[in-house]
Design a protein around this ligand. Structure first.
Ligand code: NAD
Length: 422
């Protein structure tokens, strides 16, 4: 399987072909595309912390700053044993695309540490977060690079990192991190933002394709923050979620699952495979979930969930990508040739970074918005972004992913040209 960054570069190349005729100066355009295929800066450091036992342990840390032609770098920080430099660079590239797709004034960034945080105590984690923020301090800030949470990091980690950064610079600067606790300048509505944004995409797609919610079946892979909120909003207006899974397996009910009830069962039993089978629902594997004959399949767990080997089993008519990079380019090509519509991650899960942007706007103004205002503004951005992509799909007869990339790359390339970077 190609690496994540190889995939990202291939996606840029594929869409660049469609755009080149719009740029009379071919060599300038080609140079812009070459620049988009590498990050502007990759920061790396081995960070040592004192463990509670008194010993010292060292962790490899990264931050990739992909392209800041449209605004400061923006992107999450991931704590995971599988973090690699290649993956961090790929995610920072996708963040540049995502911010441009929804038209928010940022470039892409991404950070990560190779660590299994479940093996560290709370105080060890705090020391790791503070040291990491100290290392990043010269390179981040409200107008430079604005980190946020990602896999295995959340409000708590952002609060520690903010404190470490502010100590170092000597003043308050809450707009340096987003995804903070409300008490430290976090935004209302951030928790559900990604799932809600994906739901708005589903609603817009349903409208243009005349898909009726109560007649539409959905399968959701992943029941974390994103999968839970997406399923909750979708079933709230009548879409029928017939299957939902976590990493242990899935629950299937042809009559549609009650998301709140499922959440309580997950809380009670810990994982889906421990929930007792009843006459209402059966237990299925994650592979069985992906192969269900549903209208909409929603990968909301991990990257590369749909790949060369399982793509032949997919029977869904639409794939709504809530996870980052859940479909490999090989699987994407096969699904597209089978006329499956893939609503791409760079649009579907952009609700999270959009509300992060609102958090930054509120922090810069020293003001806090109501949840109603956050939701209203999020809907505006998600609806207009879908509409712009849909227009390109119609006009150029391309896939939704290609349309999103065409729009995004054009916006970034134009910003680079206006700055005279080429
Ligand atoms: P999470 O950790 O809250 O939840 C992940 C869920 O996926 C869990 O239910 C877990 O059990 C399940 N899972 C893990 N491995 C699985 C497997 N092999 N098969 C099936 N299910 C599996 O994470 P999240 O915040 O919900 O993020 C999910 C995805 O969405 C990730 O790709 C993330 O990068 C992306 N994303 C998240 C946000 C956000 O705001 N949280 C924003 C943009 C993109």
């Amino acid at each position: 399987m190609a690496s994540a960054f190889e995939n990202a570069k291939k996606q840029i190349n594929d869409s660049a072909g469609f755009l080149s005729k719009e740029y009379p100066d071919k060599s300038r355009f080609k140079k812009a595309i070459e620049l988009l295929k590498r990050p502007q800066r990759v920061l790396k450091k081995k960070i040592s912390i004192r463990l509670d036992s008194g010993k010292t342990e060292t962790f490899q840390a990264y931050r990739s700053q992909h392209n800041d032609a449209r605004g400061p770098f923006k992107g999450g920080i991931r704590f995971h044993p599988n973090v690699s430099e290649d993956e961090i660079i790929a995610f920072s590239t996708w963040m540049s695309i995502k911010c441009a797709v929804v038209g928010i004034p940022y470039g892409g960034g991404k950070g990560g540490i190779i660590v299994d945080p479940s093996l560290l105590s709370e105080s060890e984690l705090e020391r790791l977060c503070k040291k990491y923020a100290e290392f990043l301090t010269p390179y981040i800030g409200p107008w430079k690079d604005i980190p946020a949470p990602d896999v295995n990091t959340g409000e708590r980690e952002m609060a520690w990192m903010l404190d470490s950064y502010e100590k170092k610079v000597g003043h308050h600067a809450p707009a340096t991190f987003t995804g903070k606790p409300l008490e430290l300048g976090g935004s209302q509505g951030r928790t559900e933002a990604t799932g809600l944004g994906g739901f708005y995409v589903l609603a817009s797609y349903s409208e243009v394709t005349r898909m009726i919610p109560v007649k539409t079946t959905i399968a959701v892979q992943g029941f974390g923050n994103v999968g839970y909120w997406f399923a909750k909003f979708a079933t709230g207006v009548g879409y029928k979620a017939v299957a939902i899974s976590d990493s242990s397996g899935g629950i299937y009910d042809s009559n549609g699952l009650n998301v709140e009830k499922l959440s309580q069962l997950k809380e009670k039993y810990g994982s889906f495979n421990k929930i007792p089978k009843t006459k209402d629902h059966e237990l299925i594997t994650n592979n069985e979930l992906l192969a269900l004959k549903v209208d909409v399949l929603v990968p909301a767990a991990l990257e590369n969930a749909i790949h060369e080997r399982n793509v032949k089993d997919i029977k869904a008519k639409v794939i709504l990508e809530m996870a980052n990079g859940p479909t490999t380019p090989e699987a994407d090509a096969i699904l597209s040739s089978n006329e499956v519509d893939i609503l791409p991650d760079v649009l579907c899960n952009a609700g999270g970074v959009t509300v992060s942007y609102f958090e930054w706007v509120q922090n810069l103004n020293g003001y806090s918005w109501t949840k109603e205002k956050v939701i209203k503004e999020l809907k505006k951005i998600m609806d207009s972004s879908f509409e712009e992509i849909y227009q390109v799909v119609q006009q150029k007869k391309v896939s939704y992913r290609k349309a999103a990339y065409i729009l995004a790359i054009k916006r970034i390339v134009n910003a680079m040209m206006l700055r005279g970077r080429l």
